[in-house]
Design a protein around this ligand. Structure first.
Ligand code: NCD
Ligand code: ZN
Length: 344
C-alpha cells in the first residue's frame, strides 16, 4: 500500500485570494503546495477590471508573499473581470499588465457578481472576446444563468446553450467552464472542441445538495454552483480521475469570514485551500486512481493554459489528522473532520 505520494507542485486554476488582511491569511495555504494560482478578479471594494487594477492586485499578492515567513516559489496568474462595458482597449491594457485570462460572471449568480455580464450576444462583447482571442487570453466562465422560474440547481444546465454558442463563434479562443457541477456540463465539455476545458473543485467531488441542505443547513458547504445530485458527483469523480486533459483542478477556494457565512443570507463559497491536496488525495485514492492525481492537479491545467510545468514537488503522507475548526476568522472545508493524508 502507498503511504507516501509525491506530486509536482500544483496549479490551482481558480482561487479567490481576496485582498487586505484576508489575503494575508489565506494565501500561505495555496503558496505552500501550488506553483501557480489563478487569482480571481471579483475582489471588493476594488474589483479587477483594468490593467491598472491588475498591477495593483499583483503587487498586493506579491507583498503578501514577501511577508510570509517561509518563502515559496509561487506565482499568481492574473485575470480581469469581463463586464458589459469591457472594451478591446481594456483587454489590450490588461494583457500588457500581465493578465492571462478574462473572467465572466453572469449577472447575479454568485458572490460579487452584482455587475456581472448581462448580454452574451451583443456585438460589443463579441469585439471584446475577439480582442482576447487575438492576444491569446483565455475566457473563464462562471457557467450559470439566473433566469425567471429557474431553480438554483438548474442554472448550470440553462447556461450550456450559451457555452455552445461561444465555443462555435470563437473556435480559436480557449474557454474554461469553471467549477463544473453537473453530468450534462461534463458531457457538453467532452463533446466540444479542444479549445474548451473545465475546472473541477475538490468540494464538488465530495458534496451533494444533501450536504448543503439535507441535514440541517450547512452554511460552510454553501457555494455556487450548488453541489448537485449523486449521479452528478459520480460523473465529476469519473471526469477528474479519467486522465482526460480537458478536466483539471480549479479549487474555487472562496474564504468568507465566519459571520458572513453563519447568518441570514450567508455568502456563497467553500474555503478549501487549507486542505486541498489532502482532500484530493483521499478522493483519488478511494477510486483507486491515485496515480492520476498529478495529471489532474499539476499537468493538464498548465498544458491547457500553454504554460511550462511547475518545478519542484510536494509530498503527502498517509497519517490521520483532524482539520482545525477555524483558521483566522474563516472556517475551512472539513473543519473538525478527520483526513487521511497530510502534507509532509
Ligand atoms: C465565489 C466567491 O466567494 O467569490 N463563491 C462561490 O460560491 N463559488 C465566487 C464564485 O466563484 O462563484
Ligand atoms: Zn470562484
Amino acid at each position: 500500500m502507498n503511504d507516501r505520494i509525491t506530486l509536482r507542485r500544483l496549479d490551482d486554476m481558480h482561487c479567490h485570494f481576496r485582498a487586505g488582511s484576508l489575503l494575508k491569511e489565506v494565501l500561505p495555504f495555496t503558496a505552500q503546495y501550488a506553483g501557480r494560482g489563478i487569482a480571481m478578479p471579483n475582489t471588493r471594494p476594488r474589483a479587477i477590471l483594468t490593467g491598472k487594477d491588475v498591477v495593483w492586485y499583483q503587487d498586493e499578492i506579491r507583498r503578501a508573499l514577501d511577508e510570509m515567513p517561509h518563502r515559496h516559489s509561487f506565482e499568481p496568474l492574473m485575470t480581469i473581470e469581463i463586464r458589459d462595458n469591457t472594451t478591446p482597449q481594456m483587454i489590450a491594457e490588461a494583457y500588457h499588465a500581465g493578465a492571462v485570462a478574462g473572467k465572466v460572471y453572469p449577472l447575479g449568480v454568485t458572490t460579487n457578481s452584482d455587475e456581472g455580464l448581462r448580454n452574451f450576444e451583443s456585438e460589443s462583447i463579441a469585439e471584446t472576446f475577439r480582442a482576447m482571442r487575438d492576444v491569446g487570453m483565455l475566457l473563464l466562465i462562471h457557467g450559470e444563468l439566473d433566469r425567471e422560474r429557474t431553480l438554483v440547481t438548474k442554472r448550470e444546465e440553462v447556461f450550456l446553450p450559451t457555452l455552445l454558442m461561444l465555443a462555435e463563434k470563437f473556435p480559436n479562443m480557449k474557454i474554461v467552464l469553471e467549477h463544473v457541477s453537473t453530468r450534462v456540463a461534463v458531457e457538453s465539455v467532452r463533446q466540444l472542441g479542444q479549445n474548451v476545458a473545465a475546472t473541477i473543485t475538490a468540494h464538488h467531488l465530495c458534496l451533494t445538495l444533501n450536504d448543503v441542505v439535507g441535514y440541517g443547513i450547512q452554511p460552510h458547504h454553501g457555494c455556487m454552483p450548488m453541489p448537485k445530485d449523486f449521479d452528478d458527483r459520480d460523473t465529476l469523480i469519473v471526469a477528474a480521475t479519467s486522465g482526460e486533459p480537458k478536466f483539471f483542478l480549479g479549487s474555487d477556494t472562496a474564504p468568507h469570514p465566519r459571520e458572513k457565512k453563519e447568518c441570514a443570507k450567508g455568502a456563497c463559497g467553500v474555503y478549501t485551500a487549507p486542505v486541498l491536496p489532502q482532500v484530493l488525495a483521499e478522493v483519488f485514492e478511494k477510486t483507486g486512481k491515485l496515480d492520476r492525481l498529478e495529471d489532474f492537479s499539476s499537468r493538464f491545467g498548465a498544458e491547457f493554459y500553454g504554460l511550462p510545468l511547475n518545478d519542484g514537488s510536494i509530498s503527502l503522507i498517509k497519517s490521520e489528522w483532524v482539520v482545525t475548526e477555524q483558521i483566522g476568522g474563516v472556517v475551512p472545508f472539513r473543519a473538525g473532520a478527520k483526513l487521511q493524508w497530510q502534507l509532509s
